[in-house]
Design a protein around this ligand. Sequence first.
Ligand SMILES: Cc1cc2nc3c(=O)[nH]c(=O)nc-3n(C[C@H](O)[C@H](O)[C@H](O)COP(=O)(O)O)c2cc1C
Length: 193
Amino acid sequence: MKKASHSPIQLLGISGSIRRESYNSTVLQTIAKLLSEELELQIFPLNDIPLYNADLDGDSPPDAVRALKSSIEHSDGLIICSPEYNYGMPGVLKNALDWASRPNFQSPLKGKPALIMTASPGTAGGVRAQYQIREVLSAALARPIARQHVAIAQVNQKIVDGKLTDETTINFVLKAIEDLIGEVRLVGKRLPK
Ligand SMILES: Cc1cc2nc3c(=O)[nH]c(=O)nc-3n(C[C@H](O)[C@H](O)[C@H](O)COP(=O)(O)O)c2cc1C
């Protein structure tokens, strides 16, 4: 395979589910393997993030939180892929974004381009959670990208043997990632060579 002539754009994937066989995590894991050599997608599992407690926040947050914030800071852009719980975002994801959002207005999320995706076995693809995710990212001064939404409906039928296999969905997600990269370049950290 041809080597990229410069370091890849680093994307950080965050799944809103910590379930072992999570469909949302599977979507991220599949996509990570399909990206071009210019892109790298690492996934940060939220399993070890404790519940937010301002008493534990500050210069020495819990190790898992420090790792999350560092991963966000060193990434060029975020891909969030989350289920919808009761028409909203799962507490696991909200909790992680709350940690990541500190210090207020100067957090690693500030200015970070972010693609929001949802996936669900239901027919709406979890789309109702997207508004909340967008609002929270906006509150933290991140840059959730404006585009046609990515909501993967009936995701359970599109995953086979632990992999997303539905070509239409894969191509749609890859197109959305192209849009995210456009925003990454726009933000200016990664101008095309
Ligand atoms: C507490 C709870 C609430 C849920 N609410 C919704 C919902 O509002 N809409 C929906 O499409 N699915 C809902 N589901 C079903 C999830 O979409 C489904 O469990 C999905 O597989 C979770 O994502 P994961 O596979 O990445 O863990 C809910 C599941 C749970 C556990």
